[in-house]
Design a protein around this ligand. Structure first.
Ligand SMILES: Cc1ncc(COP(=O)(O)O)c(C=O)c1O
Length: 431
């Protein structure tokens, strides 16, 4: 390899370097070799003055660079080439180091491009840093909002499920509360809200709770037949007086069914004052718990109707004892079932021409049972109070199809009303 270089002079470092300040530099190949390797070599090369290179050193440098070109990694070559710019300049002008240069140039170019890209990226990163913090915050907020919305959705879903359950139960109410009552109220301009028949009196979805809630919301007033003293008082001052007047006080027993108990309480109190010795008979359907002693409410052995189980007759019986019912005024309690109540209702209509409904049928069935069980004979007068008329029950116990649909043996019931079938009622209802 031909090496052309400046006149051989003693190596002298540039004045800025430590080496230069000391005035030292490689003057032989041995010192040059040392100069070109070990700790601080790059710095020394950087400060190297090419004029100090002797032909001998040049030759060895060339050899060394040839060797190193194959063993240096690219980063080192680059660093050396950048740091030793004056040396490289001299080398490229004086020495045929094509192999080295071919390797260095593209690397240099690539690296500078990469550095440039990196710098741009770093700059962008700084620019975007604030935006990234903002985006982070936004993502956090959205996540929290999403979680809270999810919770809200869950609450709504549960609420909707409950509402659907209530609604489906409310539809059952149609089988308990007659359509006549509903339609009458509608014609009077009322908006109808239905509550489940089987809701306990103190349940949140009971008709009692709903009326209290509506009173609050609509700033209204609940007359509250269960607690209002005006309920029994009306019967004390009105109903009892009427009965006394019509019977002229000749009454041994008075039979009344109990719902709120206002009728039986008010009427009984006054009749007991007016007619000494009169006995009061209270009628309570199986499924209700108003009768005393409470063991009477445990269910019907004949039909299997259980304690607190729903029944069809409307207006009488409850799953709690209303405040206005004074059970002490009742001397005898009688329990009745739906089938005998409806059958008795049909018999009263057919034989007495009195257009009554289910609860009146129950009261009469109770009276009949009482008379039979207590063997009340001729010469005694038994009064029976009918609290309602057929008008509200045309589509129920007055309707053969409804009776059939609800599982009553309508054919037998109709048969029991025929004069030629005297005794059939007794046979059908366990006498
Ligand atoms: C059809 C029917 N029968 C009997 C009764 C019993 O009356 P009370 O609530 O005074 O006991 C009611 C009461 O609403 C009723 O609607």
């Amino acid at each position: 390899m031909e090496v052309v270089g400046p006149a051989p002079v003693v190596v002298a470092a540039r004045p800025t370097s430590r080496t230069a300040r000391k005035g030292a530099g490689p003057s032989s190949w041995a010192s040059m070799k040392k100069f070109l390797s070990g700790t601080g070599a790059i710095q020394r090369i950087l400060n190297f003055d090419p004029r100090a290179i002797t032909p001998e050193i040049r030759k060895e440098v060339d050899k060394l660079l040839q060797e190193k070109a194959n063993s240096f990694d690219h980063a080192t070559i680059y660093r050396v080439s950048v740091a030793a710019a004056p040396l490289a300049k001299w080398v490229s002008a004086n020495v045929k180091y094509s192999t080295v240069l071919v390797k260095i140039s593209p690397m240099e170019e690539k690296l500078s491009k990469a550095t440039e890209t990196l710098q741009v990226a770093q700059q962008k990163l700084v620019e975007y840093k604030d935006q990234l913090v903002e985006i982070d915050e936004k993502v956090k907020q959205l996540r929290e909002e999403f979680e809270s919305r999810t919770r809200e959705a869950e609450v709504l879903r549960v609420g909707l499920e409950r509402a659907q359950t209530t609604l489906s139960k409310a539809n059952n109410l149609m089988s308990k509360m007659s359509g006549e009552k509903v339609n009458t109220m509608k014609c009077l301009g009322a908006e109808i809200l239905r509550t489940p028949t089987e809701a306990a009196w103190n349940a949140l979805d009971s008709h009692i709770f709903l009326s209290q809630r509506l009173a609050k919301e609509l700033n209204g007033h609940v007359l509250d037949q269960y607690k209002n003293p005006g309920n029994p008082l009306a019967h004390y001052e009105g109903t009892a007086e009427e009965i006394f007047e019509q019977t002229k006080g000749k009454l041994d027993y008075m039979v009344m069914s109990a719902g709120t108990g206002g009728t039986v309480t008010g009427t009984a109190m006054k009749l007991k004052q007016l007619i000494p010795g009169i006995k009061i008979v209270g009628v309570d359907p199986h499924g209700s718990i108003l009768a005393r002693p409470d063991s009477m409410n445990d269910g019907s052995a004949r039909t299997g109707q259980g304690r607190l189980q729903g029944y069809h007759v409307e207006g009488i019986g409850y799953d709690f004892v209303p405040t206005v019912l004074d059970t002490e005024v009742v001397d005898y309690w009688i329990k009745t079932d739906d089938d005998e109540s409806f059958a008795m209702g049909r018999n009263v209509i057919r034989h007495e021409g009195l257009l009554i409904g289910g609860s009146c049928g129950a009261t009469m069935a109770g009276a009949y049972r009482f008379i039979r069980e207590q063997k009340i004979g001729a010469g005694k007068t038994v009064g029976v109070l009918f609290a309602d008329s057929s008008r509200n029950y045309m589509s129920k116990n007055m309707d053969d199809d409804w009776m059939k649909k609800e599982g009553f043996k309508i054919d037998e019931i109709v048969e029991s009303t025929k004069p030629e079938n005297k005794g059939l009622y007794d046979k059908l209802f366990g006498f």
